[in-house]
Design a binder for this molecule. Sequence first.
Ligand SMILES: [Zn+2]
Length: 386
Amino acid sequence: MRGGEGRASTGDILNLVREAGPTSRTNLARLAGVAVSTVSLRVDRLIADGLVEEVGDGASTGGRRPRLLRVSSTGSVVLAVDLGSRHARLGVMDLSKRPLAVTTEPVLLEEGPDVVLGQICTHLDRLMEPLGRCTVRGIGIAVPGPVDPSSGRIVSPSRMPGWHDLAVGDELSARFGAPAVVDNDANLLALGEFQARRLRDGVRHLIAVKVGRGIGCGVIASGSLHYGAIGAAGDITHVDISGSGGPESRPCSCGKRGCLETVASGAALLEDLAAAGHPASGLPELVERVRGGDTLANIAVRVAGGRLGEVLAVVVNFFNPEVLVLGGILSEAGPLVAAVRAAIYERCLPMASQSVDIGVATLGADATLVGAAARILGRLTGAGAP
Ligand SMILES: [Zn+2]
């Protein structure tokens, strides 16, 4: 809900139909705090767009029995793509943003867009096959790099050589004949978790941190994704972290030394383990080692969590969120999450730290897919980024 406006946008009404449906226009008006005539206008558009359908009649309160509304169940889907450096998680989602089918497939971003996008299209086709005839209404795509929010183009991604200035959305849009929207993966993680928590917990201010090979951060401020002036809000990975920028320190993917990424990202941890003579094949193996009690792996993720927590303590003090969500594969390493939490409690003012709920994504690995679905549904209903 946006402050003072009520849930008045078409996207907001679609969300309410999803959350409260099957329900009547009158009930939607009550929930949204707007006039029934306003709701009816929005509903008419949603029905015309095939996003909402009428089903049966509700209980009469004296007059004509009201027609009930629910999210369309006529085979309309949105596709959600969560592109990582080594894996892509792909989902076919219904219009309620629930996953109908999900898969994780290996990809290598460094093989370039032609190869990777071809693989993604093939996997999405396979994923839809068992579902019968589906109408793809839109595609939401999360990428592990900066995205210009106005053009949807990827901007100088340090972990995606060969993808600069590419309009990934246009390619998938042409392939599936539906509109597409592209956003940074941490932004869509934030949006997905916000969708899950806003009604249940009334959350309006949320920070989401994706900890994988890199580190990303998405911000929900007053119920909306916050992009900043050029879409760079939340970029904490290149924050200069005290005491880690000496001449012997590791250079960052941005060219500087001393960035958070060089001491707390998955890529840095893998390099550290290799340098210590205990290389891991990737982050899944690192997480397994942590769970198995491997001392070196446990120390590595604990130190990384502490450094990440140092930076996040500043963010929490500055932004005063209600929720700080950790996602990405390294959020599955318990000691890392515990170290982040400890660093924040140690460094934050009690006023800020006592009111923030710090934990892992409640939607697990699907959080970013839900955010991608929400983002494209927001675009389809004219709500922009919800
Ligand atoms: Zn850097």
